[in-house]
Ligand binder design. Structure first.
Ligand code: DP6
Length: 325
């Protein structure tokens, strides 16, 4: 009985995924672009114990049941189907960052699980097929399979909806300073949120304009043009939150502290510091910085009201196998 262990990083989206064409297959309505966060990681090991009566899941030493176990079991069903094996699995997973940090842990979790579980079930998948598999667990997880700066191609169907790297981690030394604001745990998770996106009258316009933003973002990263990157990622984040805020029911992820931070970040940029904000489905503010600005930005963010702490990460690599023993 072998144990397979894998590591994956979470990612922060520059151009956001919000809404699915096919919720079950997690086929998105638009492509997205992200950067892996190298300082943050999830390590997951998978074993197939002989005659185990059910799947077993432990996250950060806590035995899981209910919705989180059901989601992992449904994902393992896909791996079982692909491999033609029926065995139940023992999955042990650990994050090096607190879940209260509000950094999407599902992306790193399902990327690491896709790699460890596919190996445990005897599959040797290509990077593309691993990304497709991770997507089925959590859409954004497909972007945590390749390295560095990645684009999830929305594709026409399951076969061609996957992420690929378009710039290596060392292409551009960017940092993410995540300002953690004191706020209650979010009431609506991403999966529920995606299902509401189409109820906003603004979603169609956001999706129709996505190819333009994707191109600007790709060009900005490839040319290491921070001003261009800042403009497009802030606009993209604002557009996603405009959709969220105008859905039925409305989703309000910003807190007063988020708004204060967004205006502080644009003020810092006017003063010449490379800093740009982006927010996922929560109140924490991700501040993308350059090598020359991240220390000053971190210090500044730490002194602002409502900020409990600041997590800092450079660009990260791909999901990788840690061992089989
Ligand atoms: C706002 O990938 O977490 O972070 O597929 O339901 O797991 P599920 O959703 P998820 O959605 C991420 C939404 C986002 C934007 C992004 O990361 O692109």
């Amino acid at each position: 009985m072998k144990t397979y262990s894998a590591l994956a990083h979470p990612n922060i989206a520059f151009i956001k995924y919000w809404g699915n064409r096919d919720q079950a297959l997690r086929l998105p309505v638009n492509g997205s672009i992200s950067m892996n966060l190298g300082a943050l990681e999830t390590r997951t090991s998978v074993t197939l114990p002989e005659s185990a009566p059910a799947d077993h899941l432990v996250i950060n030493d806590d035995e899981q049941s209910g919705a989180s176990l059901a989601r992992v079991s449904a994902f393992l069903d896909i791996v079982r189907q692909l491999s033609g094996q029926k065995a139940y699995a023992e999955v042990i997973s650990r994050n090096n960052f607190p879940s209260s940090a509000g950094v999407a842990s599902s992306a790193a979790a399902f990327a690491a699980l896709a790699l460890a579980a596919s190996r445990a079930f005897g599959l040797a998948l290509s990077e593309k097929d691993l990304s497709r598999l991770a997507r089925r667990g959590s859409g954004s997880a497909c972007r945590s399979i390749p390295a560095g700066f990645c684009e999830w191609l929305s594709g026409a169907g399951d076969e061609d909806s996957y992420a690929q790297s378009f710039a290596a981690p060392d292409h551009w030394e960017l940092w993410d300073c995540v300002a953690i604001v004191e706020a209650a745990p979010k009431s609506t998770g991403s999966t529920e949120g995606h299902a509401l996106a189409s109820t906003s009258p603004l979603q169609a316009a956001r999706v129709a304009d996505a190819p333009r933003r994707l191109q600007l973002c790709r060009e900005a990263v490839l040319a290491r043009d921070f001003e261009k990157l800042a403009d497009v990622i802030e606009q993209d984040s604002n557009m996603m939150h405009a959709v969220m805020q105008t859905s039925t029911p409305p989703l309000m992820y910003w807190s007063p502290a988020s708004l204060l931070l967004m205006s502080e970040v644009t003020a810092l940029r006017r003063r010449g510091l490379a800093a740009a904000y982006t927010l996922d489905a929560g109140p924490n503010v991700h501040v993308i910085c350059t090598a020359g600005s991240h220390e000053a930005v971190k210090r500044h963010l730490e002194g602002l009201p409502g900020v409990s702490w600041v997590l800092v990460s450079p660009v990260g690599g791909c999901a990788r196998l840690l061992g089989a023993n």
